[in-house]
Each structure stands twice: as C-alpha cells, then as structure tokens.
Ligand binder design. Structure first.
Ligand code: GDP
Length: 426
C-alpha cells in the first residue's frame, strides 16, 4: 500500500484531476493539502463533466474518504456548492472530511484580492480573485481563522477584530472604501459553520491511522512546480507550496510516508496568469493549439480565461520534475498534437548568446530568454482510441521517448484523451 502524490511539473492545468480520478479507484483516501478554489481540476467520467475547485478528485468514488487538509485555503461556500452540484447530478453522496485546523477563506480575503488586482492594473499578477494571496498573507501573519474557531463565537469575533484592524486602515486610506465591522461578518460565518459541522474532524489523526494500517492515500496537488513560491517564477507564483515535498506537511503525514511521486507533464505547454513563459506562442499557432487542446479547448477551469499556449518546454519540465522529486511521469494530452506535420519542442533557452539547458533561470533572467526549438516528426492521426504504447504510431512513441530522455524520469503512463479510460501504462 502506498502514499502517492500527484503533482504538476509545469504551470498547472497538466491534467492532474484526470490522473487523480483515474488512480483514485485504487485508493482509500484522496487528500487536498494546499491551495484553495483558485484552480480547477477537470474530470470527465460516467456522471458527466465536472470542474472541481475545492473538493478532492476522489469524490466520484463513494467508498473513498476525501480530505481537506490543514494546509489548504478552505472556501466553505465553494466546497458546499460543489457537493450540492454533485448530488444534484446523480453522484452518490461522497465522504468528505475537513481538517479542524484548515483555515477559512473569508469574504474580506476575496475583497482584498480584487481591490489589490484592480489597484495594480497592468502590473497585476493575473489573480483568480479567490482571495488566496490575502488568505495566505493572513495565515502567516497569524491573523487567520481556523475551522475550529468557527465554533467558538467569542473567539471568532476576537480573531476577526484582530484581522480587520490593519485592513480597515488600508480599506479607507488605500482603497477609498468603508471600514468593515467584525460583527457584520459573523452571521454568514456562523451559518457556514453549521453546514460544515458534519464534515469537520481531526484529519491528521485520521490519515496517520490510515497510514499505519497500510491503506493507500493519494495526495492531490494544485497548480504546478513553476508556481511554487520558493522555487517557481516568483512573484508570478501562487501563495502555497505546490511541491510534493510540502504534501506531508499540508496533509499531516510523516515526510517519509510518500513512496511514489507522479509528476504530471503536459505534451505541450499552457499557462494561466501573468509571468515569463519562454516557449509561448502567439497568433494563429497559439489559437489552433488552444482550440484543439484539453477536452474543449484550453480555457481556465476557474476563470474561463483563454490559456496562454506554448510548445513542450524541456528546460522547465526537467526542472519541474526535479523539484517534485518525481519517481515517475504521467504524460498527458499527447492526442492533441496529432494535427501537426512536425512538432516543435523547446530544448534550451538562449540568454545573452549563451545556451541554457540544464538549469532553470531565475525570474530576473527569464524575461530575456529565447526558446531554442527542435522539430520532431508528427504522426498526423487520431490516437485517442489507442490503449497500448506499442500500438501508438512510431512518431508518437518517439515523442514520448524524447520527453522521457530530456526530463530524465521514467514515463509511467500516457494520457490520450480527457476521459478516465483514455490512459495507457508503460
Ligand atoms: P488540472 O488542474 O491539472 O487537473 O488540469 P485542468 O483540468 O485544469 O486542465 C486539463 C485539461 O486537459 C482539462 O480540460 C482536461 O479535461 C484535459 N485533459 C486531461 N488529460 C487529457 C488528455 O490526455 N487529452 C486531452 N485532449 N485532454 C486532456
């Protein structure tokens, strides 16, 4: 029995949700350990198509326990709405457990996210405006509200007052808004707390026990390695660690528990939000890849924004897999490239006349990086119905082997479509 982390090696949107949904069948627990409702995992199965923002991707299997760990940014409204939507669409009642230590995204976090992005204008970071940056800022400034605080009204009011003291100065002086009273935030939070109550427990003890009993646990990452605040394209990063190394912390498991780290790598690149993106395409080339990519074009699962598109980036993907400590790779969206005669791939960056291949430059240097492209033969056919590697056209096999070689990690599975069964193991 294993503890497996499924994480992104790129900028996010690699297809982690699909991989988690496919692998969940063999797991007892699926755990979200970081991030909030700011990214969406698209899942297509016999119940239909879903974009999960807050719920773990194991919710389609009633026998699986889905855990929201202490490291997450819990948006209670989104969680409850997603659950209601699942039930309304015929999915059996999922088992959900929310950590009493998880912290809560408040309406003031969403408000500050919007006001700040508006203030920054063209210099903004492309925030999804789900309150994530203000939430984590509060968490690490020790101004956050834990789920357990919701069940002690006096304590909750005190925590909110502490959090609002500095925010009200900013609201009035910087954003030209009215101050907010802590007491006014209470009714909504207390109502949410009651609805959340049946799901709340000590998830860390729950998971430790499961781990000791040898049950299999899937830790589900959000976004990708290049959005990690320490190792990614800071400041165009997210606000919590996207790395498998953080998974035991955010979930509440021993660091040595993880034995398998599946880094999900996309056969081309896509990216939502601002920041350097060396292999980025423009014009018709980008439009075509965006139109044909994903399950219905490459548009953000949370915002609906068109994703920025690029060719596969060997430098970034190798770095992403290294950071994740990948023990294997799942290569997704290979089917999408079937329209090309030749497939360009970015094998290096040129910065000031020097060729960079082995290391991923810091953000300050990335803006000057130009992609060095190589062309691989295309296969020009539909591979979405193929279920074994050997039956893939020779050129598609070559492409997979090429990716494996440049990233230096074994490819364990290849995905050729958005559905659960469009997957082959190698
Ligand atoms: P996640 O956040 O990593 O789960 O990724 P998203 O769900 O945001 O984006 C991945 C997109 O690719 C979604 O539209 C998926 O339905 C789709 N997808 C996943 N795997 C494949 C695949 O192998 N082929 C195709 N064509 N689409 C895929």
């Amino acid at each position: 029995m294993t503890v497996t982390a499924i994480v992104g090696a790129n900028w996010g949107d690699e297809g982690k949700g699909k991989m988690t949904d496919a692998l969940a069948a063999e797991s007892s627990y699926v755990v979200r350990y970081q991030g909030g409702s700011n990214a969406g995992h698209t899942i297509i199965n016999s119940y239909g198509k879903f974009a999960l923002h807050m719920l773990p991707s194991g919710v389609f299997h009633p026998e699986i326990t889905n855990v929201i760990g202490p490291g997450t940014a819990l948006d209670i409204d989104v969680l409850l709405k997603e659950r209601d939507e699942l039930l309304a669409r015929g999915v059996p009642e999922p088992t959900i457990r929310v950590s009493e230590r998880a912290q809560v995204v408040l309406s003031i976090h969403r408000l500050f996210d919007e006001l700040e992005e508006e203030r920054l204008g063209a210099n903004g970071f492309g925030s999804t405006k789900r309150g994530i940056a203000p939430f984590y800022a509060d968490k690490y400034a020790k101004l956050g509200v834990q789920v357990a605080d919701l069940y002690d009204e006096e304590r909750l009011l005190h925590r909110l007052e502490q959090s609002l003291a500095a925010k009200n100065v900013l609201l009035q002086q910087l954003y030209n808004r009215q101050p907010i009273k802590a007491i006014d935030l209470l009714p909504e939070l207390l109502e949410q707390a009651e609805k959340l109550r049946p799901f709340v427990c000590d998830t860390s003890s729950l998971l430790h026990e499961a781990y000791r009993n040898g049950q299999s646990i899937l830790l589900e990452g959000q976004l990708g390695a290049l959005r990690d605040p320490d190792h990614g394209i800071y400041p165009y990063s997210t606000s919590s660690s996207t790395l498998a190394g953080f998974a035991p912390v955010g979930a509440g498991l021993p660091p040595y528990a993880i034995t398998r780290i599946i880094a999900v790598v996309k056969a081309y690149s896509s990216c939502v939000g601002a920041g350097p993106f060396v292999s980025e395409l423009s014009g018709e080339e980008a439009d075509q890849l965006r139109r044909l990519g994903g399950d219905a074009g490459e548009f953000g699962a949370t915002t609906g924004r068109p994703r920025r598109m690029g060719w596969f980036d060997a430098v970034a993907s190798r770095y992403g897999c290294m950071l994740q400590g990948a023990t294997e790779v799942a290569l997704t969206n290979l089917d999408v490239l079937g329209y090309l005669d030749e497939i360009p791939v970015c094998v290096g960056y040129e910065i000031d006349g020097s060729l960079i291949k082995e290391s991923f430059p810091v953000t300050a240097k990335l803006d000057q990086a130009k992609p060095v492209l190589k062309r691989l033969p295309g296969w020009r056919c539909d591979i979405s119905k193929i279920r074994s590697f050997e039956q893939l056209p020779e050129a598609a096999q070559q492409y997979v082997r090429f990716v494996e070689e440049v990233i230096g990690v074994k490819i364990g599975s290849v995905s050729v479509g958005p559905n659960r069964e469009q997957l082959m193991t190698l």
